[in-house]
Design a binder for this molecule. Structure first.
Ligand code: HEC
Length: 142
C-alpha cells in the first residue's frame, strides 16, 4: 500500500514535469503575424522602457497615454513625427534618449503592429446578425 502511494506521487511529479516542460518550451502562437528582426528589436525597446506602462496596444496597457496600435497610420503621423516624439516627449510623455538605430527599430515595430489590424475593432453588422471584422489587407485576407 505504501509503495503504491509513493508511486502515485512519483507519477504526479512526472506529469507535472512533463506538463511544465511542454508549457515552457512550446512557442506562442501569434497566428501568421511575424515581426521582422528590426521590429522585434523595437518591441524589446518598447518592453525595456516600459512604454506599455502608459500606452496600450489593442487596448491593453497603461492608460496615461493613448493607444498606439494604429499610431503609424493614424492622423497621417509619419516616420519623422514618430521618430521625433520618442526623444522630444510631449505633455506627460517623458523624453527618451534613443539613437537613430533604436528610433528606426521602434518605428518598424509600430509600422508592423499597425498592419495587424484596427483598434478599436472596425466591424460591420451583416444581414444574418454576424459581425464582420475589418482587417488590414496586408496580412490577412478579408
Ligand atoms: C509616463 C508615461 C509614458 C511613458 C512611459 C511613455 N509615454 Fe508615450 N505618451 C504619454 C502621453 C501622456 C502621451 C500623450 C501626450 C499628449 O498628447 O499630450 C504620449 C504620446 C506618445 C506618442 C504620440 C501619440 C499621438 O497620438 O501622437 C507616441 C508615439 C508615444 N507616446 C510613444 C511612446 C514610446 C515609444 C514610449 C516608450 C519608449 C512611450 N511613449 C512611453 C505617456 C507616456
Amino acid at each position: 500500500m505504501k509503495l503504491s502511494y509513493k508511486m502515485f506521487l512519483c507519477l504526479l511529479l512526472g506529469l507535472f514535469v512533463i506538463y511544465n516542460f511542454k508549457i515552457y518550451t512550446t512557442k506562442s502562437d501569434y497566428g501568421n503575424i511575424c515581426l521582422s528582426d528590426q521590429a522585434l528589436k523595437g518591441e524589446t525597446l518598447w518592453l525595456k522602457h516600459n512604454c506599455h506602462a502608459c500606452h496600450q496596444l489593442y487596448g491593453l496597457g497603461g492608460y496615461l497615454g493613448p493607444d498606439l496600435t494604429n499610431i503609424y497610420s493614424l492622423r497621417k503621423k509619419d516616420t519623422i513625427y514618430l521618430q521625433n516624439i520618442f526623444n522630444s516627449g510631449i505633455g506627460a510623455m517623458p523624453k527618451f534618449r534613443f539613437n537613430n538605430t533604436e528610433k528606426k527599430q521602434l518605428t518598424a515595430f509600430f509600422k508592423e503592429i499597425d498592419q495587424t489590424g484596427y483598434y478599436p475593432n472596425q466591424a460591420t453588422l451583416e444581414a444574418n446578425g454576424a459581425l464582420k471584422l475589418r482587417y488590414k489587407d496586408t496580412l490577412y485576407e478579408e
